[in-house]
Every structure is written in structure tokens, then in C-alpha cells.
Design a protein. Structure first.
Length: 223
């Protein structure tokens, strides 16, 4: 079964290039293109893509608001959004991840990296470009004040000790398979733990778990 992809960018030339790369793969299918955030949300509702490649800076409704709408809409809540950005870490990227994006990829990524990103996110894993992950986490950790840390700690109270252990591993960038190996459980059990944490906290994506882990102080950069 093909992975259905929606491409969102305000420049037609960029959309064409992305479409050619995605359409070249037998397991991927481009189901639509949009040039604005409003169009992206409407097309996501109509086409039900598995993954949206989302530009951030667009006229009108930008990629952050479009991501927020897609994630919040019950009809498109299962859609995964990958943010395409020219910036390593900035307020836009941070806000997009908080809005529920499954990760981001730099626009200078190779076609192979782009294709891999689509497949990784479609499989339910988080995607943070390796070259910027550490900087992003440091940025996340610097931002919250005492009230945010207090709120994050309160949220963690809903988790069992085992779930906190799993959250730590998710924050460390481990996949479900790697978590299973570390905890000596089956991959299915590891996936169940992650899904239960997401459900308990009302979160959409593993990336939001990473943000929570650092904002709450559960993980301390450099520790």
C-alpha cells in the first residue's frame, strides 16, 4: 500500500521538484499540492494523506497554523506533518513542533534523506534532522520558565515509573525497536507503552514527548 503524500509550498518550482522526487518511488504517491496553509488543511481533509511536507513561511495561513489545524481536526488527526525549513532552529520550527509536527527536515536535505523522512514519519516515528537535533533540544530547554517546568512536572505525575522510563528513552531518540531492546521487551510492548503515554497526555506525536521531557526537567541537557 502506497504512502500518500501532500506537498505544501508557496513556490511552484519547489513543489514540482518535490513531486518529482516523491513520485519516483513505487511505495509513495503524491495525492495533492497546496500553496497556502488554508489549502493544505482543506486538501488534507479531502485526500487523507499519510504525510504532509509543509513549508513554514507562506502568505496568509502559514505552515505553523496549518499544522495546528490539521493536528487538531478529528478528520486529519492521524496525518503526520514534516516541516521543511531553511533554518536550523528558530521560533518557527519550535512553534511548529509544539503545534504537533512530527519533525522537520532542512531544505538542503538530499532526495534520499527526504524519502527516508517520509517513510520514517509514516511509520509513526519522530523525525529530527540529525544536524540540528542537539541545538533544538537546547533551545527547548532554555525557553521554559518556572511555571512551564512546574506544569511539565505536573503532567508527568500521570505517568507510571515504567512510562517515565520509556519517556526518557523516547527523549533520547530511541525507536520502538531500540526501546524494546533496552528494556528487554517485545517491540509490540514498547509500542504499546509509547502509545499509552501519548494517550494519557493527550499528545499527537513523539516529538511532543521529547519537548515535554526537556521542559519538565526530566531530562537535563548535558547531564
Amino acid at each position: 500500500m502506497s504512502i500518500r503524500v501532500l506537498i505544501v509550498h508557496d513556490q511552484e518550482l519547489v513543489r514540482t521538484g518535490l513531486r518529482m522526487i516523491v513520485a519516483s518511488e513505487a511505495d509513495l504517491q503524491v495525492v495533492g499540492e497546496a500553496s497556502t496553509g488554508e489549502q493544505a488543511h482543506l486538501l488534507a481533509r479531502r485526500e487523507q494523506p499519510d504525510v504532509v511536507l509543509m513549508d513554514i513561511r507562506m502568505p496568509g495561513t502559514d505552515g505553523i497554523e496549518a499544522t495546528r489545524r490539521i493536528v487538531a481536526d478529528p478528520l486529519t488527526a492521524s496525518v503526520r506533518v514534516v516541516i521543511l525549513t531553511t533554518f536550523d532552529v528558530d521560533d518557527y520550527v519550535y512553534a511548529a513542533l509544539r503545534a504537533g509536527a512530527s519533525g522537520f527536515l532542512l531544505k538542503d536535505a538530499t532526495p534520499e534523506e527526504l524519502l527516508q523522512a517520509i517513510r520514517v514519519v509514516a511509520a509513526g516515528e519522530a523525525l529530527l534532522a540529525p544536524t540540528v537535533t542537539s541545538r533544538l533540544i537546547r533551545e527547548v530547554a532554555r525557553r521554559p520558565g518556572p511555571s512551564a517546568r512546574s506544569e511539565g512536572a505536573r503532567v508527568l505525575d500521570a505517568l507510571t515509573d515504567r512510562e517515565r522510563e520509556v519517556l526518557l528513552l523516547v527523549a533520547g531518540g530511541l525507536s520502538n525497536a531500540e526501546i524494546a531492546e533496552r528494556l528487554v521487551v517485545s517491540p509490540t510492548t514498547a509500542k504499546t507503552h509509547v502509545n499509552r503515554i501519548l494517550s494519557k497526555l493527550g499528545y499527537h506525536d513523539r516529538v511532543q514527548l521529547v519537548v515535554l521531557a526537556y521542559e519538565s526537567g526530566l531530562v537535563v541537557p548535558g547531564a
